[in-house]
Design a protein. Structure first.
Lengths: 334, 245
């Protein structure tokens, strides 16, 4: 009987300890926001409604939303979100229970539709305006018992707005760089000669500048031609180039190469548009032609390189040298 | 030269040749007369054309009729990226607790950042502190680290070794997928950019090819000097994950 009473007390103690325990577990945040990108061409005086879906996959969380302008940070597609709102575009939420800047609660695995109203006032200047819709968690305001950093998670979705009265946009592209990154580069009578080993990966960089007032999206191919008439084609990935900016253009199949596991390869150590692989021999010419939609100007560029099996040649010389030494030794013994 | 010597020469030649020649990667090449199709030995071999890339042709000044009638055209998502899995960002632990700080004894804590995007797509994760680690009454703060100082002075954009127990401050290290290359190993740290000092957020993860579940570990480090006033220090670290455009 005493044992039973003892076990009962232990059980109650154990139960109450875990119920009343104030142990703080790691707070997890996991959010998704879709669609990740909105592109719109819109007349002054018009408004559109875009439905976003915000999903909370982790612990319950208090969130709020805001819209801030952004600008391209570099030519790799990264952005810099500005601290303050500017521009003529007006944003609001059509949700019944909260608006931009107001907090709302999202349970685990719950989703919230955000009805973003984008309004272009009459008289808004024609041009491009770039914004990011941000959904951010609210970090705890209570005092921690120890020295602590609270992480605040913010997830964004970009909005590219072209304001035009007529529907026409300005397309002024320019190829500013179309070059291979060679293993060796020589200058011969003022002309650069690119040189690779036959087994090298061939990294190519294509940078396009948008000198117009509206974003552009290149389409086209990069074509590799060999000296025996052989040809390989790589499609350009149609990524946006914002107005008055440059962007490194990528092409398939490089988009499928994961350089995080190939960081020791020289071709993966700097941003590139395309990596070509194969056994190259002789002279090769690379060219590209880009268009930017119907009736747009076509721009093109080309470059070239030589490839020879230097490594194999050196290997053969070493092999022959070793073989000759061995044979001489054997014949001397005979 | 005897037949024995010639045989030996051939054997040695073939044997060493196998060691010299390494496997090569392949690109399909063709002309009007022939097509050389290499096997998919390497990282980019074979045809990579996909139906995805031919599905939509909405670029440029199309749909003029639609624009004239409605006054707008809206396109959602990436033309080259057809995925039903949305852009997703996770932080494994939002309460980064350093416990009780002891002078000249560095304390560390970690959190894991995860980014997913159903198919290939570009993204970035930036970080900024909303002020220094400071007491609630804001009387005292722990400065941002300068790492080991001298030649090893780090900055918001350049990680340097921080191994000295007399190097005081607050900073972070990154390891894992898509992190900046200046985080050479676990001893390399940067200070956080400080919003109250009008500094720009630092990119801590980015890729032109995100895929699914790209993970990076951020290691926070604090080291205080013997004259650091006692107290509970707090700050907010703001992570912003955005897809590209």
């Amino acid at each position: 009987m005493k044992i039973l009473r003892f076990l009962f007390v232990i059980f109650i103690f154990y139960f109450l300890f875990f119920i009343s325990s104030k142990e703080i577990n790691a707070q997890q945040v996991s959010l998704s926001l879709s669609p990740p990108l909105i592109e719109t061409v819109i007349k002054p005086g018009k408004s559109i409604l875009v439905a976003y879906t915000l999903v909370n996959y982790a612990d319950p969380v208090i969130l709020s939303t805001k819209v801030l302008p952004f600008e391209p940070k570099n030519n790799f597609g990264q952005i810099k979100i500005k601290e303050e709102f500017d521009g003529p575009i007006r944003f609001s939420l059509d949700n019944a229970d909260f608006n931009l800047g107001q907090e709302f609660f999202l349970k685990t695995n719950d989703r919230q539709q955000l009805l973003l109203r984008i309004r272009v006032p009459e008289g808004a200047p024609e041009g491009d305006y770039y914004y990011t819709l941000l959904a951010e968690t609210q970090p705890p305001t209570a005092q921690a018992e120890k020295t602590t950093s609270f992480a605040k998670a913010t997830i964004g979705s970009n909005i590219l707005i072209t304001v035009t009265e007529s529907g026409k946009v300005e397309i002024k592209p320019k190829i500013v760089l179309f070059e291979v990154l060679p293993r060796y580069r020589f200058s011969f009578f003022g002309k650069k000669i690119n040189f690779f080993d036959s087994t090298d990966l061939i990294p190519l960089v294509l940078v396009v500048e948008n000198k117009g007032k509206n974003l552009i999206k290149p389409e086209g191919q990069i074509i590799l031609k060999g000296n025996f008439g052989e040809k390989a084609k790589f499609d350009i990935v149609p990524q946006n180039i914002l107005f008055q900016s440059q962007r490194l253009i990528t092409a398939t199949p490089s988009a499928e190469i994961d350089c995080s596991t190939l960081s020791k390869i020289k071709a993966c150590q700097s941003p590139i548009s395309l990596i070509m692989s194969g056994f190259f021999l002789g002279f090769y010419r690379l060219s590209t032609s880009l268009i930017f939609g119907e009736n747009s100007p076509q721009i093109s560029a080309s470059t070239s390189f030589f490839a020879f099996p230097l490594k194999i040649f050196v290997g053969l010389v070493i092999v022959l040298a070793i073989a000759v030494i061995i044979i001489k030794r054997f014949t001397a013994e005979e | 030269m005897s037949s024995k010597a010639i045989s030996l020469l051939i054997i040695v030649f073939l044997f060493l040749l196998l060691f010299v020649i390494r496997s090569v990667f392949a690109v399909n090449m063709e002309s009007p007369l022939f097509k050389i199709q290499y096997g998919e030995i390497g990282i980019a071999g074979g045809n990579k054309t996909s139906d995805n890339y031919n599905l939509s042709d909405t670029v440029g000044q199309t749909a003029a009729g639609q624009f004239n009638s409605t006054g707008y055209i809206v396109k959602a998502g990436f033309q080259y990226l057809h995925s039903i899995i949305p852009f997703r960002f996770s932080i494994s632990n939002t309460n980064i607790n350093f416990g009780t700080l002891i002078a000249n004894t560095p304390q560390t804590a970690t959190t894991v950042l995860t980014v997913s995007f159903g198919a290939a797509g570009q993204y970035q994760v930036t970080v900024i502190e909303e002020g220094k680690l400071r007491t609630l009454n804001e009387a005292n703060n722990i400065p941002d680290t300068q790492c080991d100082g001298g030649a090893n002075t780090c900055s918001e954009s350049l990680a340097k070794p921080w191994t000295s127990s007399s190097g005081y401050g607050f900073g972070y290290n990154m390891s894992g997928n898509d992190v900046p290359t200046d985080f050479v190993d676990s001893t390399y740290f940067r200070p956080f950019p400080d919003r109250t000092e009008n500094e720009s957020p630092a990119v801590v993860m980015s890729s032109t090819n995100v895929g699914k579940n790209r993970q990076a570990t951020m290691t926070f480090k604090v080291n205080i000097s013997p004259i650091q006033p006692a107290g509970k220090y707090q700050t907010i670290i703001n992570f912003v994950a955005t897809p590209s455009f």
